[in-house]
Ligand binder design. Structure first.
Ligand code: HEM
Length: 537
């Protein structure tokens, strides 16, 4: 069925006449319909422990929303001025959150220029929100200004910015290919090829002192190349040719600007919602550039794909992502553009940063690194490839990745709009409230995680006290039906690259402690100057 005839009208925004296939299996494996008043398990993988009452009967007897503890600030403006006067507080938002929790408790309100945020710090409260979600978990956009860009450019908002039935249909189509383990594994051969080429390139980048100048950027280029290969089945040479280097630089810079500007706007007065401020204009310009590049790639891929279909030469393992998306009933042409945009660039703020964090943590912990390297050697084939069986058999490296997520996560929080009136911690949290599920603070709390500041992958092994750790404490990809749709790609690429790097190099770190900088998500606050020492040298 994959080779159903597709008639392509050229041009990125053009209408595509498609064969429509409905996949009966496009249903959510974890979806449990439920009402807000009942406490129900959210995810089969999660071994739920304590539960907090979420009965709506409690709601009326709770203290009103206005009584939720909050730091002092001017009405409506809240803490806006504080951030305005000292922007370093935005960059170290992790410290602000820690302080909020220490001073006000596990449920805290924060107002920033008219935006009322309720921070939930306790894993039990977080569980309560997940448990109360129905068929369509509601989220506010993570980058509100990017959503504005899409709206004003006649693009669809994309998965992370959609809610309700629209989100559900799109999500079903996308997750069929991205989240089903067997489907995601079909992308592993392509990911292996990109990783092998990157390893060849890496060797030549190592300076005499063992460091790779501009490592952060090289890793971003690897992420971008792998992402382009995943969605377009095209090699872009982002880390190989002069042209590729220049183009990847521009995309990486534009993406970085988008996050910096979106953060600035989030903490500013919402004037940008009324007219286009210089920051919003700059953000729109950068989005224009990224969008054009993604569209160009999509056009090229579509041309090659159509030719292969017409020639009858489309191999089973080619253009996997495009084939599926073009055949999906619920993916409009506009949706396709937005999804491509997301899959192409999401790695820059997620997988690529997480790989850097893992390298930093392994370089800092030699004993654990050697254990991980031992496992890495057993995972790769003689030609250095990761098979799906090997991926599934990894234990220690996975624990290392998990521990690195705890210490250096992708984000500080997961966002939600409360699905109904909730009684949380004795307070009324009305339907539609902007919620930040902050498990980061607790995952560094020594009262909850022994030796919280130390890197101990062993704590995540089954024969440890692993099952005593609250399952809602560390959820880097979130849980339930809204869980990260790129999770499998990210996990495959991370494990693959770490196995390859650890097999070839021993890593060292000779600098001070690395922190993270907040810009809606988190990135290392410095160049990750890991020293690479060849194991066979
Ligand atoms: C280490 C890497 C990554 C981490 C830790 C991560 C984490 C997350 C988290 C926490 C969410 C929010 C889920 C929720 O609201 O409940 C999310 C959503 C999402 N992620 Fe990722 N992500 C990663 C990589 C990626 C990649 C590589 C892609 C693209 C292929 C991607 C695409 C998405 C999309 C489209 C959503 C929105 C899903 C929806 O709302 O239905 N992510 N991610």
């Amino acid at each position: 069925m994959r080779n159903a005839i597709l008639v392509l009208l050229k041009g990125c925004g053009a209408m595509l006449a498609r064969s429509r296939l409905v996949y009966a299996s496009q249903i959510f494996a974890n979806h449990v319909p439920h009402h807000c008043s009942k406490s129900t398990a959210v995810n089969n993988e999660v071994n739920t422990q304590t539960s907090v009452s979420s009965s709506s009967d409690d709601y009326d007897s709770c203290l009103p929303f206005s009584k939720i503890p909050e730091p002092r600030g001017l009405p409506w403006f809240g803490r806006w001025l504080e951030y305005k006067l000292d922007y370093s507080k935005v960059h170290r938002r992790d410290l602000i959150l820690k302080k909020l929790q220490a001073e006000y408790g596990d449920i805290v309100k924060e107002t920033i220029a008219g935006r009322h945020i309720v921070h939930l710090f306790h894993p039990d409260y977080i569980k309560q929100v997940y448990d109360s979600e129905g068929k369509y978990p509601m989220v506010p956009p993570i980058l509100e200004s990017v959503e504005m860009y899409r709206r004003s450019n006649d693009l669809t908002p994309g998965l992370g910015n959609s809610n309700g039935e629209v989100w559900y249909k799109l999500r079903a189509a996308v997750q069929y290919i991205l989240l089903r383990p067997k489907k995601a594994m079909d992308f592993l051969p392509g990911q292996n090829k990109v990783a092998a080429d990157f390893m060849n390139r890496l060797d030549g980048l190592i300076a005499e002192n063992g460091e790779v100048p501009d490592l952060n950027r090289w890793i971003a280029r690897w992420g971008l190349e792998s992402a382009a290969n995943n969605c377009f089945d095209i090699r872009m040479n982002y880390f190989e040719t002069k042209e590729g280097l220049e183009l990847s630089n521009r995309i990486i810079n534009a993406n970085s600007d988008v996050f910096d500007l979106a953060t600035k706007l989030y903490f500013s007065l919402p004037i940008y919602r009324i007219f286009q401020t210089p920051s919003l204009k700059k953000l729109f310009d950068q989005e224009d550039f990224i969008n054009e590049e993604a569209c160009k790639n999509l056009d090229t891929a579509l041309e090659r794909y159509t030719k292969a279909v017409e020639d009858g030469t489309l191999a089973e393992d080619r253009f996997l992502f495009l084939t599926h998306m073009l055949q999906s009933e619920h993916v409009s042409d506009k949706d396709l553009r937005t999804i491509i945009l997301s899959i192409l660039t999401d790695t820059l703020s997620t997988t690529s940063q997480i790989l850097l964090n893992n390298l930093y943590n392994l370089a800092n912990n030699q004993k654990e690194q050697e254990k991980a390297a031992d496992e890495a050697r057993s995972l790769l084939t003689s030609s250095g490839e990761l098979t799906s069986a090997a991926f599934n058999s990894s234990i220690y490296l996975r624990a290392c990745i998990k521990e690195s997520f705890r210490l250096h996560p992708v984000g500080l929080d997961i966002l939600r709009l409360s699905p109904c009136n909730l009684a949380i911690g004795g307070y009324q949290v009305p339907e539609g409230t902007y919620l930040c599920l902050n498990n980061y603070v607790h995952s560094l709390d020594p009262a909850i995680i022994p030796k919280a500041e130390s890197y101990i992958p062993e704590r995540w092994l089954r024969d440890s006290d692993w099952d005593k750790i609250n399952p809602y404490l560390l959820t880097p990809f979130s849980l339930g039906t809204r869980m990260c749709v790129g999770r499998r790609f990210a996990e495959q690429e991370l494990l693959l690259m770490l196995a390859k790097i650890l097999t070839s190099y021993r890593l060292e770190w000779h600098y001070g402690k690395m922190h993270q900088r907040f810009r809606m998500l988190l990135i290392p606050d410095q160049e990750v100057k890991v020293k690479f020492i060849r194991r066979d040298g």
